[in-house]
Design a protein around this ligand. Structure first.
Ligand code: UGA
Length: 445
């Protein structure tokens, strides 16, 4: 199929590259000339495992990037909209979606053949039918369902695993206004055999995406609320509590051979210093705002956000149990990214924690295997000493605080054991074995 992908952010670029790998003929469109040039020379503007390899393999064969949206629509059969939908504090900002829809509409005006438009960006229920469709009709002077089709196809890509998630998806959700439009999505995803495909209307497809992320975020905040209660009751470790909960046959099924499988969903039912990233906080807030607008307040999701906003401060409270004043206390921060295997700092719990510690007068030395450069852009007005090695970071400090589950941090117990004086260790992710560390504190302990 001839496919245009509008927007080369992390969703757009991964989708474009992977669809070309699956045999489609793809043009990725972006207004940013520099990005387009980079892509055309085989360099992905974002880091995502395996992306560069696939991009290099397909570029200039059945993949190219261009700034010309009009031409891209004219030359392809189907356009996927994957531009950003940021949350502006009040509701999701649809201005990029609206702009691109207008531009596609202008191209459709000139186009003789039927064209299929698909929203891939995360948008609140109703956006495809009530915002994108009317704009397309207005600018093209044509009719949806007759001259062009419209659909909604959410993505379920995890950062760091995006290529793998796209190439081997757990599900494909295809929303469409009618059979003809759905037929285009069927064709697009024909190379994905043996994948469960859900065919539905656009609003339902939009809602599935929000519901999926809201459920995961709810499980995290739920686990954190339980952890905080465990901590104040005393003599309970939330890690043991959750281990007992995970053993529920419905969460970790016992197979006919008597062995248990532990699905990765259980990792969202663990205590930590809170969720972050570009999706969970933004999506949950957008759904809450949408509910409010529809006259249906989302009480549970409100609490999910509230718990998550307060959770990073649990780490500060644990430090204050040992150092009533943090003034002049030297603290090592391990992990800045919102999760391991990414440079992404967006909404990372490390941000409020580091800021609060500095405000209270602590001195900070920080280490992240890959996110320090991103962190420097965020902490511009804050004094932080960035370290190059783990060893250097934990040296000469009174406390060590772990905020991201980087694999490398499993070396910490032996590193600490070699030190002459033992710093306090605060485990913000309950990653390490408390028995292996002399002065251990953790969320939910
Ligand atoms: C999330 C969803 O997992 C994807 O399914 C979805 O497509 C994506 O948002 C999106 O909407 O684009 P992502 O933000 O990359 O993906 O991150 P996750 O790996 O799910 O992590 C999100 C938060 O959950 C992080 O703060 C992380 O610390 C926490 N988390 C993650 C856990 O608590 N446990 C885990 O096992 C994984």
């Amino acid at each position: 199929m001839k496919v245009s992908v509008i927007g080369t952010g992390y969703v757009g670029l991964v989708s474009g590259v992977c669809l070309s790998e699956k045999g489609h003929n793809v043009v990725c469109v972006d207004v940013d000339k520099e990005k387009v040039e980079k892509i055309n020379s085989g360099i992905p503007p974002i880091y995502e495992r395996d992306l560069e390899e696939l991009l290099r393999k397909n570029i200039n064969l059945n993949l190219k990037a261009d700034t010309d949206l009009f031409k891209a629509v004219m030359e392809t059969e189907i356009s996927l909209i994957s531009v950003g939908t940021p949350f502006n504090g009040d509701k999701i900002d649809l201005s990029f979606i609206e702009m691109v829809s207008g531009d596609i509409g202008k191209a459709l005006k000139e186009k003789k053949a039927y064209h299929m438009v698909v929203v891939k960006s995360t948008v609140v229920p109703g956006t495809t039918d009530e915002v994108v469709l009317p704009i397309l009709e207005k600018f093209s002077g044509k009719k949806a369902g007759i001259d062009f089709g419209i659909g909604m196809n959410p993505e379920f890509l995890r950062e760091g695993e995006a290529v793998q998630d796209f190439m081997s998806p757990d599900r494909i959700v295809m929303g469409a206004i009618d059979k003809k439009a759905l037929g285009y999505l069927e064709e697009l995803y024909r190379p994905f055999n043996n994948v469960d495909k859900l065919r539905t209307n656009n609003k339902t497809a939009e809602m599935i995406k929000y519901t999926s992320n809201s459920l995961l975020a709810t499980m995290i905040s739920f686990s954190n609320e339980i952890a905080n209660l465990c901590a104040v009751i005393g003599d309970i470790d939330v890690v043991d509590v959750m281990r007992g909960v995970h053993m529920d046959n419905r969460l970790s099924p016992i197979m006919p051979n008597g062995k248990r499988i532990t699905p990765s969903i259980t990792t969202y039912i663990e205590a930590g210093c809170g969720f972050g990233g570009s999706c969970f906080p933004k999506d949950v807030k957008a759904l809450i705002a949408h509910g409010k607008q529809k006259g249906r307040p989302m009480l549970l999701l409100d609490a999910v956000i509230q718990v998550n906003q307060e959770q990073p401060l649990q780490v500060v409270d644990m430090l204050k149990k040992h150092f009533p004043s943090l003034k002049g206390i030297r603290i090592a921060i391990l992990g800045l990214a919102f999760k391991p295997d990414t440079t992404d700092m967006r909404e990372s719990p490390a941000i409020p924690i580091v800021k609060e510690l500095l405000t209270q007068g602590a001195g900070i030395q920080a280490y992240d295997p890959v996110a320090s450069a991103e962190a420097k852009k965020i902490f511009t007005d804050y004094q932080i000493q960035y370290c190059d090695t783990l060893h250097q970071t934990v040296d000469n400090v009174q406390a060590v605080v772990l905020l991201t589950r980087w694999e490398e941090f499993s070396k910490i117990p032996s590193l600490l054991a070699d030190l002459e004086t033992q710093p306090l260790f605060v485990d913000g992710r309950r990653m390490l074995d408390k028995e292996l560390i002399a002065r251990y504190e953790g969320i939910g302990l």
